[in-house]
Design a binder for this molecule. Structure first.
Ligand code: GLU
Length: 305
């Protein structure tokens, strides 16, 4: 397995030069564009890795699945999906047009920025610090890593330059999708996107989904089975932005990517996969990371379809 992973990483490194770092968050341009790594944790407790699997990066959009879990556990699925839809989109992750033109009168799904910001607004807590601390503690539990922290420079960079996310959020306040103070909701959103992880952390989170919500190392049920079913479905249809359809055909694993270069992929009943590769394609997915997953899914026949 280790040999297979090394071969897959080395043969796909060439794609990194074709991608770009996310530059709309200035701090993300400091990442190493050539990096590519993978970490796999299996349900039998085995770990396999190759490439630059140890580098740290910010979780970005992958955090959207974590806030969705908490919002559903706080409010139930019917309430959450009364404010956020569950339809895929053909537009980009930060699309404004989707918000005004779709006839649902709510963001299309919880994986695009508008939907994720609305989801964060539904998480309970007496103030923004308590809401964020619930998200951070839950993330630590999901990956069994007590040391997770926010990358302060990325957080400040996002907060300073997040005009588009502000536009989305204020629009949703005007239509009553967001009921709380907009700046407080955004502050939590920027912070959750700036949590720093490794490919190992992502593989551990994915493993909890692969095990239907029970942590394989502590045997604690972290979320109801029904919630894992909802999240895996939303990841499959919407997790790779507007490339989710093609990704489902070529790879066939519930997955979520982030503009920090991470991809979390779930092979149900088998393994959790974490990828890092900060060079992105034009849709915002790790360009070489997608190729790595394509080869891996093919070699190990992992597609769920
Ligand atoms: N923090 C990023 C943003 O809001 C997340 C986007 C992403 O990873 O797709 O723009």
């Amino acid at each position: 397995m280790e040999k297979l992973l090394e071969n897959i990483i080395e043969s796909n490194r060439r794609y990194t030069v074709q991608g770009e770092l996310a530059s709309y968050i200035p701090e993300l341009t400091k990442a190493n564009k050539d990096a590519l790594g993978i970490f796999i944790t299996t349900l039998n407790g085995e770990e396999f890795y190759a490439g630059d699997n140890e580098i740290k990066f910010t979780i970005q959009s992958i955090s959207k699945i974590i806030s969705l879990i908490i919002a559903i556990m706080d409010n139930g699925k019917d309430y959450v999906f009364s404010k956020v839809g569950m339809e895929p989109t053909k537009d980009s992750f930060n699309s404004i047009i989707d918000l005004e033109l779709n006839d649902l009168n709510k963001p299309l799904n919880p994986m695009i920025n508008a939907g994720a910001i609305a989801t964060v607004s539904m998480i309970r807590g007496k103030d923004k610090d308590e809401v964020f601390s619930r998200i951070l503690e839950f993330t630590k539990k999901l990956c069994g890593n007590e040391d997770l922290k926010v990358n302060e420079s990325v957080y400040i960079s996002e907060k300073k330059t997040g005009s588009r996310n502000r536009a989305l959020a204020y629009f949703m306040k005007s239509t009553s999708i967001i009921e709380k103070d907009v700046e407080e909701v955004l502050d939590v959103y920027f912070k959750q996107c700036s949590i720093e992880v490794t490919s190992k952390d992502l593989s551990k989170i994915a493993l909890v989904f692969a095990n239907e919500g029970v942590s394989p190392w502590s045997e604690e049920r972290i979320m109801p089975k029904e919630v894992t079913r909802i999240i895996k479905t939303i990841m499959t249809t919407c997790g790779m932005y507007d490339a989710s359809g093609e990704f489902a055909v070529n790879i066939g694993l519930p997955s979520k990517s982030g503009v920090g270069g991470g991809i979390l992929a779930v092979a149900p009943g088998k393994m959790g996969i974490g990828i890092v590769g900060p060079a992105l394609d034009e849709k915002g997915n790790s360009i070489a990371g997608v190729e790595v997953l394509k080869d891996l899914s093919h070699e190990l026949e992992l597609s769920i379809f």
